[in-house]
Ligand binder design. Sequence first.
Ligand code: ZN
Length: 192
Amino acid sequence: MNRLPHNGNGRSRTVVRVDAEAKTSDTEFILRIGKGELATFSCYSPKPHGITVHWDVQQSRSEGHYEPEEECEGCQKNKPQKNLFYLWGQWCEKQKFCFLELPEGACKHLIGLLGMGETLRGAGLVIRRGDGKKAHLQIRLGNRFDHPEALPKDKDPLPTLESLWGKKRDTAKRRSEEVLPDVSHKLNGSVL
Ligand SMILES: [Zn+2]
């Protein structure tokens, strides 16, 4: 498989692929949409996997947040926290399986686009980020897959993230259930 060199600040003009370390499969990587980039994504996750991380502003990259806080390097260094959301699926342009990373605002917006009782599984997503200095991620629903039961199973992003962070602890704090309170009713009662 062709691999892009890992670039130190995690940004480039093409769609950034943060390659997983040797511990995880080559096919598992995190897709983060940078400035001026566009991607279409076929989603296999019924709902986003929300994970609380520390965010390094200068390097534009995440680090794990761990409980208890006294044992978390990021907390001890007062690094800011944020929630990031991951969807497993296929990056259509490259026909590669990966986790799409979304910030909280884009993720809330996406769930708000769903009809009542509809999940993200089988949804086609079109994601783009403008060129401006503070360009937000724009996301819309594209074509929906007719037979979601035939799609590959959902996947947990944590092993891939932990491999990228170079750490593994079972206590990584997760926020899969309690996030997106204002729109979560849309995903309640769905077959997951
Ligand atoms: Zn922490």
